[in-house]
Design a protein around this ligand. Structure first.
Ligand code: FO1
Length: 317
């Protein structure tokens, strides 16, 4: 199938976004811009950690830890062990190599630089060809409402192992967050927009909630740019993370159809897995064109294959 390399913007969270981003980068190189969620960000030991940005950056740089889905391959934890001896909290562990990223980022932020500028420099230093843009330079923090009250995202995700049931979400700081010029320029120049197979509630929704981003996406749609969303739910289960349980506890269906419903009015095309083929008519009835394909990305070939299917989906019809 003929594919045209197109200026593509992908909205993404961590692992799913990183894998598809890696596949898309293989096709598109610097034509790819990934806009990453920063609602998962947190401060540890006085340093700013940006998990989704860093997961995508390490993956696109080819140094990702494939066993964990986050962090760096061959990582060690000597510093974390020493911090633990000093009595520091240790449920969110920073690897020795990963720490360098947070040290540079935090020092430069304290010197008054913008998060976007710093992230771009880190990416270039690691040889990443695509641009990975934080959704905003402002501080936004996702919090989830559970039976234990409002929890910061990583407290819920890592410390409590996603065990509490999530009944509501909020993005602290979102009112004061605006899209950066880089994000707006990328969306204005885009020929294709992709929504990664990321969690619709805690990865994609915060991005769309940043002032200016959804409006720019809708402006792109209005000039004929297709928005292709990929399901992160396959056979009723999330590929990674708690999206399937969150769909149910937030009053939706844990299926590709449940995900598709989150993207009506936002996406034009919905990519779902072969095992969910029978859901395609119901998704089409929502007004989304469907593409049924193998969405599992177990290796580089899988990442490139799904990327290829996404690019082909945008060129059809
Ligand atoms: N996930 C864990 O399960 N345990 C950790 O100790 C942990 C540390 C960590 C450090 C840096 C980083 O960028 C990510 C890290 N993650 C860890 C992953 C992260 O919490 C999640 O993958 C994302 O926030 C979910 O999108």
């Amino acid at each position: 199938m003929a594919e045209v390399a197109a200026r593509t913007v992908m909205l993404a969270g961590g692992v799913g976004g990183a894998r598809l981003g890696h596949g898309l980068q293989a096709h598109l190189g610097e034509q790819l811009t990934v806009v990453v969620n920063t609602g998962d960000d947190l401060e540890r030991h006085g340093l700013l950690v940006c998990p989704d940005h860093d997961t995508v950056m390490y993956t696109l740089a080819g140094i990702d830890n494939r066993e964990w889905g986050w962090g760096i391959a061959g990582e060690t934890f000597a510093t974390a062990e020493m911090l633990e001896r000093y009595g520091e909290e240790s449920w969110f562990r920073l690897g020795d190599r990963d720490l360098a990223t947070h040290i540079v980022r935090t020092a430069r932020l304290r010197a008054g630089e913008r998060l976007t500028t710093i992230c771009r420099d880190l990416q270039r230093a690691l040889g990443v060809r695509a641009a990975i843009l934080p959704m905003t330079d402002a501080q936004v923090r996702t919090e989830v409402l559970t039976e234990d009250g409002w929890l910061e995202f990583q407290e819920y995700f890592v410390h409590r192992h996603q065990a509490p049931t999530v009944t509501d979400l909020r993005f602290r700081g979102i009112e004061d967050a605006a899209a950066t010029p880089e994000v707006l320029e990328a969306l204005e120049a885009s020929e294709l927009i992709v929504i990664a197979p990321s969690n619709p509630f805690v990865s994609v929704r915060p991005i769309l909630a940043v002032d200016g981003i959804e409006a720019a996406l809708q402006a792109a749609r209005a000039r004929g740019v297709p928005v292709v969303a990929v399901s992160g739910i396959v056979g009723g289960k999330a590929i990674k993370g708690p999206a399937d349980r969150m769909l149910v506890s937030l009053g939706h269906e844990a299926s590709a159809l449940g995900v598709a419903r989150q993207y009506t009015g936002v996406a034009d095309v919905f990519v779902l897995d072969n095992v969910d083929e029978t859901l395609a008519p119901a998704i089409e009835a929502l007004g989304l064109r469907t593409v049924v394909t193998d969405t599992i990305m177990v290796d580089d070939a899988g990442r490139a294959r799904l990327a290829s299917a996404v690019l082909a989906a945008a060129n059809v019809g």
